[in-house]
Design a binder for this molecule. Structure first.
Ligand SMILES: Nc1nc2c([nH]c(=O)n2[C@@H]2O[C@H](COP(=O)(O)OP(=O)(O)OP(=O)(O)O)[C@@H](O)[C@H]2O)c(=O)[nH]1
Ligand SMILES: [Mg+2]
Length: 308
């Protein structure tokens, strides 16, 4: 079953949710307005029709946010979610359904259909994810970090795999201060204990760490990310409740010159099976951001992409 849904915002940026009526699948839960694709329709046409039927609005611009394949006990769906960028009219309840506007920050997904929770992650996450180079020279590293933050990057992963834990320990609070000042989120690669000690925004697991965990090792209030390279790793990430992943290498990266690349077609095929936001990683440039999104990505991640 192919379902389209729209993220509709008001002038204050709040998001519109509709309550599923009694007697229907997932009755009582709050969803993004939308419905099933009809024969002969494109997803965009179907969404424009649904939003007109359900809310009385005319959609004039939309952009795909994320496509979620989801298995409910009684049905399999693909939930194709669009950001509604512009519309005419005031949304109103045309089918007797309850409507509510919510600030994104106050949505936890608790009373929403399970398939809608990864959509919330996609809404909260930016389109760029800057992974740090080895901070071997802290002073140089911090200068580079300031430049990356000044460029507008709002999600940073501190990755210090070869430096000593002592040096990393000294660096973490300094990097955190700069990220907080720039309103950017900071994740630490690999080290859950250190991330908890300094109350970072989350942890990014290596693929080896990911496969060692049989359940989510962090509370849901923090971001849990992981590195994936194939379908088995993606499936495991979803199974243990990872919030988002990087999928690599899309192209040849200077940091990993011997890894076999998947290319955009390979990336898109894996991404289509992922029910969570996926950043494209490996040999990409900022100019690849649109290509990445066309192939299903949340955006692009990279080291040299952002740091050089
Ligand atoms: N519209 C919408 N449907 C969603 C969301 N999340 C989600 O799991 N779904 C599921 O997608 C399916 C399609 O919804 P629908 O509104 O077209 O269909 P329905 O169950 O209301 O039935 P009907 O319209 O044929 O009477 C439902 O099973 C619904 O539970 C969402 O955010 N929006
Ligand atoms: Mg509907």
């Amino acid at each position: 079953m192919y379902v389209v849904a729209g993220v509709i915002r008001d002038a204050r940026g709040r998001i519109l949710l509709a309550q599923r009526p009694p007697g229907k699948h997932l009755a009582g839960l709050w969803e993004y307005p939308g419905g099933k694709l009809e024969a002969g329709e494109t997803p965009e046409q179907a969404l424009a029709r649904e939003l007109h039927e359900e809310l009385g609005i005319h959609t004039t611009a939309m952009r795909r946010l994320i496509r979620i394949p989801w298995h409910y006990p009684d049905k399999d769906i693909v939930l194709d979610v669009f950001d509604v960028l512009a519309y005419n009219g005031e949304p109103s309840s045309c089918e007797g359904q309850q409507l509510q506007w919510h600030a994104l920050g106050e949505l936890s997904g608790a009373d929403m259909p399970p398939a809608d929770r990864p959509v919330l992650a996609a809404l909260k996450l930016p389109h760029e994810y800057a992974i740090s180079p080895e901070p071997t020279n802290p002073a140089e590293f911090l200068t580079a970090l300031d430049r990356v933050l000044a460029r507008g990057v709002r999600l940073v992963q501190l990755r210090g795999k070869t430096i000593s834990r002592e040096l990393l320990r000294e660096l973490v609070p300094v990097v955190l201060d700069r990220c907080r000042a720039a309103n950017a989120r900071l994740l630490l690669n690999g080290d859950i204990a250190l991330a908890q000690e300094f109350e970072l925004d989350g942890v990014h697991l290596t693929s080896a760490q990911l496969m060692q965990h049989s359940s989510r090792p962090l509370p849901t209030e923090q971001w849990l990310a992981a590195s994936c390279h194939d379908e088995a790793e993606l499936q495991h990430a979803m199974a243990i409740g990872v919030d988002f992943v990087t999928l690599s290498p899309v192209s040849l990266a200077s940091s990993h010159p011997h890894a076999p690349v998947m290319g955009w077609e390979g990336f898109a095929a894996l991404c289509a099976q992922a029910a969570l936001p996926v950043y494209a990683l490996g040999g990409l440039r900022s100019a690849d951001a649109d290509t990445a999104r066309v192939h299903g990505a949340q955006g692009i991640a990279g080291i040299s992409t952002f740091w050089s």
